[in-house]
Each structure stands twice: as C-alpha cells, then as structure tokens.
Ligand binder design. Structure first.
Ligand code: HH2
Length: 264
C-alpha cells in the first residue's frame, strides 16, 4: 500500500468547526504551519473562510488579509495550498507562493491553468453552499453522482492545461452521515477513475455520529474524534487515496507509516 501524502489543515479563521480562533493571529498560524511540516505534512492547506455547515461567507479583502501573510511566510519552507472559493484569493495566494488551489467550489481551474506548470488544482464535490448545504441533502445515487461530477470537472481542467489535478468527494459537504459512509466505502472505485484522490474526513461530524455512546446518543464533540479520524485516514490510504487532509498531522503520519510498512 503506497503511503498517501498528508495535507495539514491550517484555518486562519475565527469560526472553523474544530480549530476556529486558534490560528487567527498570523504569527501563531505560521508557527503551526511550520510545526505541521516538521511533523511530516507534505502540504499545508491555508484557509481564511470556514466552509463548515451554516458558516457565513467572509468578505474577500478580509479573507486576503488572513491568508496572504501566512502563505508568503510558509511557502519557502513547505508546499502550500490555498483553501478558497474565490478566484481573487486563489490568484493572489498563488502569486504569494501557493502551488495548489484547494477549491471546494470546483470552479477555479482557470487560475491553475493560467499559472502554468507547477500549480495544481483540487476539485472537491459540494452540494449547494456551506450556509445551507446540510438542509436535508438528497441524491438518487450519491456515489455515481459525485464520481460523474468530479471526473467531468477534472477532465475540463486537464483540457484547459492543468497538469496536476486532484479529485475529492467532499466528505460532509451537503451529505448525510450515510452519504459520507457510502462515499468512503466506494473510495477504491473513485481512486480507479484516473485521478489522484484527496480525502478530508478529519474530525468531521459524521465521525461523532458513528462513535456516539450509546449508539444514537449525543454526537461526540470535534475535539474527541482523533481515533475515528485516524481510522478513516488509514481506511482511505488502504482504498487508494493519494492524499489525506487532516488536523492531527503527527498521529496520522505515524498511523500511515505503520500500515504502509505492514502492507509492503
Ligand atoms: N473540508 C473542509 C475544508 N476544506 N478541502 C478539501 N479538499 N476537502 C475537504 O474535505 C475539506 C476542504 C472543512 O474542514 P475544516 O477546514 O477543518 O473546517 P472549516 O471549513 O470550518 O474551516
């Protein structure tokens, strides 16, 4: 089993669902990004707008104010991705040194295409938009719909000249716990679609639903979902994911190292 890359989450926001407010100060954010790199993160994913369910959009100049100094300071030391839905933010972050556009809107491939070789793009699937996406999401066949969407966007980006294209099923973005589990169950098939797969399940709500004690009881809070997050990362690796997006870099790297060693 090849060991997937690890993308460390760095939310420079006051309201992210699990680390909101912790890295809002630029110096604290940079220090945390460097610490994740030292722990083995291959990419540090800098975001200035929470996309958790119910989150309110942030003004573009505020998002830029949060993200740019952090991207600039980290880029000489570690590969940086910018987690944004805004073209202007993606463009300026790339100019500041980011080499991967992590795009939950799956629409910003022209930014990567214009930047040329060396700048990649992640297409993530989302149903609706963060403010309302968890209001009773419905699919006829979530696995088939997500796959078709991602393959279509990835092909469009490749045709537009983007050399490095990733696809991501968007765990938790307009999906029930059952939808998330179905997508994770079918990862191997998604990984066979011809594009490297990124999976971001770290600390997400469905993990707190699945691990509730007793079953059906209160949802386990975000800061108590480490074991479940590690289990999903290992599962994703085993099913062929090429990168996992996580908050807890060190334990994830250790878990992935162990399983890759066993499987080789
Ligand atoms: N999940 C979140 C944000 N960005 N990007 C990709 N490619 N895949 C994901 O699953 C993904 C993502 C949400 O998690 P987080 O950044 O921790 O929270 P918030 O959106 O509240 O800042």
């Amino acid at each position: 089993m090849p060991q997937p890359l690890v993308m460390g989450v760095l939310n420079v926001t006051p309201d992210s669902f699990s680390d909101g407010g912790r890295w809002l100060d630029a110096d604290a954010a940079v220090a945390h990004g460097l610490a994740m790199a030292a722990e083995g993160a291959d990419v540090v994913d800098v975001g200035g707008e929470s996309t958790r369910p119910g989150a309110e959009p942030v003004a573009e100049d505020e998002e830029l104010r949060r993200v740019l100094p952090v991207v600039e300071a980290l880029a000489p030391h570690v590969r940086v991705s910018v987690d944004t839905r805004r073209r202007g933010v993606a463009e300026k972050a790339v100019a500041a040194g980011a080499t991967l556009v992590n795009d939950v809107s799956a629409s910003l491939w022209p930014v990567a295409a214009a930047a040329g070789a060396g700048v990649g793009w992640v297409a993530m699937h989302m149903r609706g938009e963060p403010r309302t996406m968890q209001r009773a999401p419905e699919y006829h066949d979530v696995v088939a719909e997500v796959r078709a969407f991602l393959v279509d966007r990835a092909s469009t980006a490749r045709d537009a000249g983007v050399e490095e294209v990733w696809i991501d099923p968007g765990i938790g973005f307009g999906k029930t716990a059952a939808h998330n589990l179905a997508l994770l169950r079918s990862l191997r098939s998604l990984a066979g679609a011809g594009w490297p797969v990124l999976v971001g399940a770290s600390r997400k709500t469905f993990l707190g639903v699945v691990t509730a004690e007793p079953p059906g009881g209160p949802v386990v809070p975000a800061d108590d979902r480490l074991e479940a997050s590690l289990a999903v990362a290992v599962w994703a690796a085993d099913q062929g994911a090429a990168m996992v997006r996580v908050h807890d870099v060190r334990p994830t790297v250790h878990a992935l190292q162990l399983v890759a060693g066993l499987a080789s």
